[in-house]
Design a protein around this ligand. Structure first.
Ligand SMILES: NC(=O)C1=CN([C@@H]2O[C@H](COP(=O)(O)OP(=O)(O)OC[C@H]3O[C@@H](n4cnc5c(N)ncnc54)[C@H](OP(=O)(O)O)[C@@H]3O)[C@@H](O)[C@H]2O)[C@@H](O)CC1
Ligand SMILES: Nc1ncnc2c1ncn2[C@@H]1O[C@H](COP(=O)(O)OP(=O)(O)O)[C@@H](O)[C@H]1O
Ligand SMILES: [K+]
Length: 511
């Protein structure tokens, strides 16, 4: 699903109004109808106090129109107009009149007003600011937002949590609605998925308000949300007469004294995701442990006991996954540097492999184009430098990826794969995956997919999704806390099965 900027959403609104020859308040009516249906199907007339806080723009207009529909269906409502500007939108005013026609009189809140009482049992509808927010809310509006947040009421945000800008960090983190649920129109917003702004969104859902599908299809988006529909077409089915050579020979290079487990996890994941063959290259100390832990993996060792020194491999691997547990010994740095100069295979680079590159940036020119780098935020910072906001981070990562023609997988709660100016936002995974070694598993998965012929960017997008899905299935079996990285590997097969599962066909009554 595409993720649009605020500007693109306004354009989509405009093109819909033109194409369908409707008025802008018709679109607002559709939006409010969708909001109403969502709420009504859950409340089914329950008498709970619904307090609606409406701004004076179109987001407020949505709230006011929703208030009318709730009133018409007998709900107990209280409407506030948060009067932060004299520049009221036409559709807001139109809907205000319609509400007044029903003899519902909103309270107008301004700088001087007392803060209204909100009980934890109330439902708050937050329609103060939408995507039109373009500067810091005034302090009194911020205080009202903080008051709503402190109420412990269920807060339903219309389109976006009020106070959250779409393209920069909030000016004051306390002046943003902490939404229990966000009902967002047509397409999700990037801010829902970024670490600093996603925290304001507990749950979200998209409401289809019928924006022009041709416009959406033909407009390039900078970001895309990756769910099952996007991932399924990437899957490469196995053919009957294929053999292990068809699925590539992966080389996993890594490990150092005390960190052989990282290679065990990565090579096991690589094999489990379907690489035809896997060879691990490690320092001598890990030989017995690795051969015992994963007998299907072939093992080569270097000349030193505890660290990798020279990397000599007697075959041409289909793909190389390098860096997990590798450490930063001087010999290892030299070995990595020399390997990059002679290596001809595509690469996946992780962990200390990335840190070595950050400290020896001249090595970057030898990294094969289209290689996949899988940094967590700290590794990314070492690679691209400090950022002020998630938005700057993404811009810098995109610029770095473009400059070196690389795929960058920015790991996190919503991992974002960046390539060729675009970002692909993952939707699977859970906090149980915040555990040692889960990144090593991802390295193995992406390497193993590339071995099977997935293009690097597809391997990254597909692999991140599958890794998260394995995490979700692992979590339902074990719970978050007990989810170890090895459990992720165990669930790779289940994740494939879940991805490929046919939707259940409705059973027809036969008698
Ligand atoms: N047809 C459509 O378009 C549809 C739109 N829909 C709905 O419209 C919403 C967008 O509405 P919107 O453009 O009116 O902006 P909104 O967020 O309500 O803000 C209002 C105005 O406030 C101002 N302002 C900004 N920051 C401020 C601040 N800190 N303090 C004070 N004032 C501030 C700024 O005006 P300015 O003063 O800059 O001229 C801004 O324009 C969208 O989220 C969705 O809910 C749906 O109905 C579907 C159909
Ligand atoms: N809260 C979370 N939700 C979803 N996925 C997460 C979360 N925390 C971590 N992960 C995933 O777990 C992996 C952690 O990788 P990394 O930090 O490199 O761990 P390690 O170095 O221990 O292997 C990444 O793929 C990341 O996306
Ligand atoms: K809102």
């Amino acid at each position: 699903m595409k993720i649009f900027s605020a500007q693109q959403i306004y354009q989509a609104d405009k093109s819909t109004i033109q194409k369908e020859q409707i008025k802008s308040d018709d679109l607002m009516e559709r939006a409010a109808n969708q909001l109403f249906e969502w709420l009504h199907s859950r409340l089914r007339g329950t008498q709970v106090n619904i307090q609606l806080f409406c701004g004076i723009g179109n987001n407020g207009g949505d709230g006011i129109a929703l208030a009318r529909m709730l009133h018409e269906h007998g709900y107990s409502i209280k409407v506030y107009v948060v009067n932060y500007s004299d520049k009221r939108s036409e559709d807001f005013l139109l809907n205000l009149e319609r509400l007044k026609d029903l003899k519902v009189w909103p309270d107008f809140i301004n700088k001087e007003s007392d803060l209204p009482e909100i009980s934890p049992n109330d439902i708050v509808v937050d329609a103060i600011f939408g995507i039109g927010l373009n500067r810091a809310p005034d302090d009194w509006v911020g205080s009202l937002i903080a008051h709503i947040n402190n109420s412990r009421a269920f807060v339903l945000s219309v389109d976006v949590p009020s106070g959250l800008p779409l393209d920069e960090a909030p000016w004051n983190p306390d002046y943003v609605i902490q939404a229990s649920y966000v009902l967002s129109f047509q397409l999700p917003k990037l801010v829902f998925f970024l670490p600093k702004t996603g925290v304001y969104v507990n749950q979200w859902e998209v409401l289809d308000i019928g924006l022009n599908p041709d416009f959406i299809a033909n407009t390039e988006a900078d970001f895309e949300l990756i769910g099952r529909p996007e991932v399924l077409p990437l899957y490469r089915p196995r053919l009957k007469f294929s053999h292990k050579g068809t699925f590539g020979h992966s080389l996993i290079v890594g490990g150092s004294y005390g960190k052989i487990g990282a290679v065990q996890l990565a090579s096991n994941a690589c094999l489990t995701v379907g690489s035809g063959m896997v060879t691990a290259f490690i320092p001598k100390c890990g030989y017995d442990a690795l051969q015992t832990a994963v007998p299907e993996v072939m093992v080569l060792t270097g000349s030193r006991d505890k660290y990798i020194s020279g990397i000599e491999v007697p075959f041409q691997p289909t793909v190389v996954g390098i860096g997990v547990g590798i450490g930063q010994d001087d010999d290892t740095v030299s070995a990595f540097c020399a390997f990059l100069k002679k290596n001809k295979s595509p690469m996946v680079i992780d962990a200390d492999g990335l840190n070595i590159l950050s400290q020896n940036t001249e090595m970057l020119k030898d990294v094969p184009e289209m290689s996949v780098l899988t940094p967590h935020p700290k590794e990314l910072e070492r690679l691209i430098g400090y950022w002020d906001s998630d938005f700057e981070k993404l811009e810098k990562a995109k610029a770095f990826a473009l400059k070196h023609n690389l795929v960058i997988v920015i790991k996190g709660a919503h991992t974002i794969t960046v390539y060729n100016g675009k970002g692909y936002v993952n939707t699977t995974g859970n906090p149980g995956m915040a555990t040692a070694g889960s990144g090593d598993v991802l390295t193995g998965i992406i390497t193993g997919l590339m071995a099977q012929g997935y293009a690097p960017v597809e391997a990254a997008i597909f692999g991140v999704y599958l890794h998260g899905l394995a995490g979700d299935m692992g979590a339902s079996a074990k719970g978050y806390e007990a989810l170890k990285a090895s459990v992720l590997v165990e669930h790779i097969g289940n994740a494939y099965a879940e991805l490929l599962r046919q939707p259940e066909v409705e059973q027809k009554e036969t008698n």
